[in-house]
Design a protein around this ligand. Structure first.
Ligand SMILES: Nc1ncnc2c1ncn2[C@@H]1O[C@H](COP(=O)(O)OP(=O)(O)OP(=O)(O)O)[C@@H](O)[C@H]1O
Ligand SMILES: [Mg+2]
Length: 382
């Protein structure tokens, strides 16, 4: 990570948002650094747009505070914040040509005509729409319209640009191309980007850091490498990339290892800091899960090869475990395959299983404590 950064430009402190009685954003705490490309990633309805709209000033938090450049912006209207937004739909003015669409914000601010012209032309070059100044939105492709929307936001020289699924409406090829262009633009201009998407691949390829959201809460914030290789929760492991997630509990431990008992077998893992009997999830990426005819030390975990799926440069092998769970192993296409139907030993590369605590234990405790609270439903307890 670059050392030139480090200034916090946006800070969210315990931000909560309810619509009517529904809490859609829950105690969000997040620092965004100057010049950073931060992506908010999460499934539909998890609160991404709502969070962005609160930062932009279109929604007011129910509680908590938002700081822009150290200043509490509670009473600042959207146009008083040094932030611009590119919305999920491009929201261009259909009756205005490209030039006028981009110039709109500057005209509103009563910037001098000469300056408007030079700034708009600079933007048109930047997003590579030279020669299209007079086109109307209806005469442009989705990708071109998206560039107009980005130019229209950038022309105001915001410190922060909020982008809400800006590429969602584009086809895969154009989306990939625009991803590269957007990322390069962000680097060149040094503007802080908060980018919203529910596409995990987009998040992994573009971001300095990813904030993974689930049901209004932040599950984990980290670099793409951190959230992929060291997911802190089952949700993150499941949502980002493909995973094998196996439930188990700790049956034995030594000074430097734990033995995890799963429904389908046992494995020794060189990790510490857990308690006996603790319930855990193991997350093993398909590229780290291996099978072999021979037994492997530390593993007593057997399954049966069910299917091979050819995916170009790799093969995906599905392995059925005694409890019916299907595990995935991905290997280079040139590797020899073990025939379907063969009983195999399942293992993984040392250090490649991520151990995650389950929340069940806490929940059991709550249930135990709450048996005496008569008349309360689970919804009220949790
Ligand atoms: N103005 C509103 N009034 C009532 N409920 C709302 C309002 N805006 C959003 N919600 C609700 O808040 C929740 C979060 O919505 P939000 O738009 O932030 O999700 P999102 O993460 O952006 O989803 P998507 O990926 O589908 O765009 C949803 O359940 C939604 O129905
Ligand atoms: Mg949204």
């Amino acid at each position: 990570m670059s050392d030139t950064r480090g200034n916090v430009i946006i800070r969210l402190t315990d931000v909560d948002k309810s619509f009517d009685d529904e809490r859609v954003v829950k105690k969000l705490n997040l620092d965004v650094e100057e010049g950073e490309f931060l992506t908010m990633l999460g499934p539909s309805g998890c609160g991404k747009t709502t969070t962005l709209r609160m930062i932009a000033g279109f929604e007011v938090p129910t509680s908590g505070q938002i700081f822009l450049e150290g200043e509490d912006v509670d009473d600042k209207k959207p146009n008083e914040r040094n932030v611009n937004t590119v919305f999920q739909n491009y929201a261009l003015f259909p009756h205005m040509n490209v030039f006028d669409n981009i110039a709109f914000g500057l005209v509103e601010k009563k910037v001098k005509k000469d300056e408007i012209r030079s700034r708009v032309e600079e933007m048109i070059k930047l997003v590579q729409l030279d020669g299209m100044e007079k086109r109307m939105p209806a005469q442009m492709s989705g990708g071109q319209k998206q560039r107009v929307a980005i130019a229209r936001a950038l022309v105001n020289r915001p410190k922060v640009l909020l982008l809400d699924e800006p590429l969602g409406a584009l086809d895969l090829k154009l989306r990939k191309q625009m991803q590269g262009e957007l990322k390069a633009l962000q680097r060149r201009l040094g503007i802080t980007f908060i980018y919203v998407t529910h596409d995990q691949e987009e998040a992994l390829t573009m971001s300095d850091r990813i904030a993974v959201m689930n049901r209004g809460r932040l599950e984990q914030v980290g670099t793409p490498e951190e959230v992929y290789n060291h997911p802190e929760t089952k949700f993150v492991a499941d949502f980002i990339g493909e995973s094998n997630i196996i439930e188990g509990y700790i049956e034995n431990m030594t000074d430097d290892s734990i033995e995890v008992t799963m429904e389908s077998g046992k494995a020794v893992i060189h990790e510490t800091g857990y308690r006996m009997e603790e319930m855990v999830y193991l997350c093993i990426r398909p590229e780290n899960l291996k099978i072999s005819m021979e037994a492997k030390e530390g593993f007593r975990f057997r399954g049966q090869v069910k299917e091979h799926i050819f995916i170009g440069s790799t093969n995906k092998t599905m392995i059925e475990m005694p409890n019916g769970q299907m595990l995935k192993s991905v290997t280079p296409a040139e590797d020899e395959l073990i025939p379907v139907g063969t009983a195999v030993n399942v293992f993984w590369n040392p250090g490649k299983a991520v151990v995650m605590r389950t929340k069940e234990e806490q929940i059991y405790n709550v249930i135990e404590q709450s048996v005496e609270i008569e008349g309360m439903t689970n919804d009220q307890i949790f």
